[in-house]
Design a protein around this ligand. Structure first.
Ligand code: COA
Length: 162
């Protein structure tokens, strides 16, 4: 059954959430790791970027069930690391988190929210349902897959009314 936004709380994450957030990531991304993972070389070159980052968490009965981060750029918000615990997926929680980010984008005068995904995860139609459109697609040669010969990195945007 779908959750309404009154069924759970969305709040900014604190340092006390770190362990639970890591568990949400591990459980959400475990099935995805068969489909793609960054090469070791990519991981070793990852640097911390200079943009301001905010992490949100969705909480039900004091348990963190989902998390997402966003960066503030000059003209858009960039969504990263969206993850929902498997047992809480398909209940509308990602949709609520992304709506919250879109509201924040509008309130800060930014009319675009950007999310990137690997096409082979099946997430593209999911984000299309949530109002995002494909704006770019390239071969993701920085990822490897146990089941696909080639992976595609897709950039999607949702326009928000400022
Ligand atoms: C992708 C993910 C965040 C979606 O979270 P979620 O809370 O299950 O998504 P929602 O319930 O808000 O679903 C959004 C829409 O997509 C649909 N949807 C969700 N999962 C789907 C699936 N596996 N297949 C088809 N449609 C799906 C929902 O029905 C909903 O559409 P609706 O509003 O018309 O009902 C979650 O599946 C996840 O954590 N996956 C693993 C990590 C990952 O891939 N993160 C994204 C990296 S970019």
């Amino acid at each position: 059954m779908k959750h309404s936004s009154s069924d759970f709380l969305i709040r900014e994450s604190t340092s006390a959430d770190e362990k639970e957030v890591a568990e949400v990531f591990a459980s959400a991304f475990a099935p995805v790791r068969m489909i793609y993972r960054p090469t070791l070389e990519t991981l070793s070159h990852q640097t911390k970027h200079p943009w301001e980052e905010t992490r949100l968490v969705a909480v039900i009965n004091e348990q963190i069930v989902a998390t997402v981060q966003f960066d503030l750029h000059e003209e858009h918000l960039h969504v990263i690391g969206l993850a929902v615990r498997p047992e809480f997926q398909r209940k509308g929680i990602a949709g609520h988190l992304l709506n919250r980010i879109c509201d924040h984008s509008a309130s800060t005068g930014r009319h675009k929210v950007v999310i990137e995904t690997i096409k082979e995860t099946g997430n593209v139609p999911l984000f299309e349902k949530l109002g995002f459109q494909i704006v770019n697609e390239v071969i993701a040669n920085w990822c490897i897959s146990e089941i696909h010969d080639q992976l595609h990195f897709v950039t999607m945007e949702r326009t928000v009314v400022v």
